[in-house]
Design a protein around this ligand. Structure first.
Ligand code: F6R
Ligand code: ZN
Length: 191
């Protein structure tokens, strides 16, 4: 028996997104995002001005076994790299036929999703809205607002993370600032 074979509860703070007594806090700083944004020079400027935190993920160390559910709080800071809003790296699940559900707690943004056969989708994220990433769909959160984008997510514990072609190819759309509001742009238009 592990600690997680018996019921437990945990507190989360909806204002900050912090999970009390998290076993792991994954912290990604700007320097961990090299290669992901179109404007590499703008990212380097952000890194040299203090390498701020891009996002944090709070988790309990649930066994990564079929039957269990992994859940997390994801806190993505507001900001832009060049014209692009801050985003998470994005990933497929290693066990590709596993889904994930996000519940947005605070902030506003977009979840971009894509498949290896070229389909893509964008769903808005705002407090009180749930977004479902079905099996086989890679998913990336983008913070388009002025405050942290805080989400609760839950997925099969054996799913794993596969950053695969996202590190080299990114997503078919990028989310950029425009005076009339966030808009989706083709990656080629930002080169
Ligand atoms: C888990 C999941 C989230 C993300 C988190 C960070 O399957 O989708 O917990 O891991 O939002 O994003 P990545 O892992 O893409 O850096
Ligand atoms: Zn996921």
């Amino acid at each position: 028996m592990t600690a997680y074979d018996i019921p437990f509860g945990v507190e989360v703070d909806f204002e900050t997104g912090a999970m009390e007594a998290a076993d792991r806090v994954i912290v990604r700083r700007a320097s961990g995002m090299r290669g992901y944004y179109a404007d590499a020079d703008a990212l380097e400027q952000i890194i040299s001005s203090g390498d701020p935190i891009h996002y944090r993920v709070y988790e309990k160390a649930i066994p990564e076994q079929e039957g269990h559910l992994l859940f997390c709080m994801s806190v993505l800071e507001p900001g832009r790299v060049g014209r692009e809003f801050f985003f998470t790296k994005g990933h497929y699940h290693t066990v590709a036929d596993t889904a994930e559900t996000y519940l947005c707690i605070r902030g506003q943004g977009i979840m971009l999703m894509k498949t290896t056969d070229g389909r893509w989708a964008a769903e808005s994220m705002r407090a009180g809205r749930m977004v479902y990433a079905p099996p086989f769909w890679a998913h990336r959160s983008i913070n388009t607002g002025p405050e942290p984008l805080i989400s609760f997510c839950v997925y099969p514990a054996h799913a794993g993370h596969n950053y695969g072609d996202i590190e080299t190819e990114g997503f078919p759309k990028r989310v950029i600032y425009s005076p009339s509001g966030p808009s989706l742009a083709d990656p080629a238009s930002l080169c």
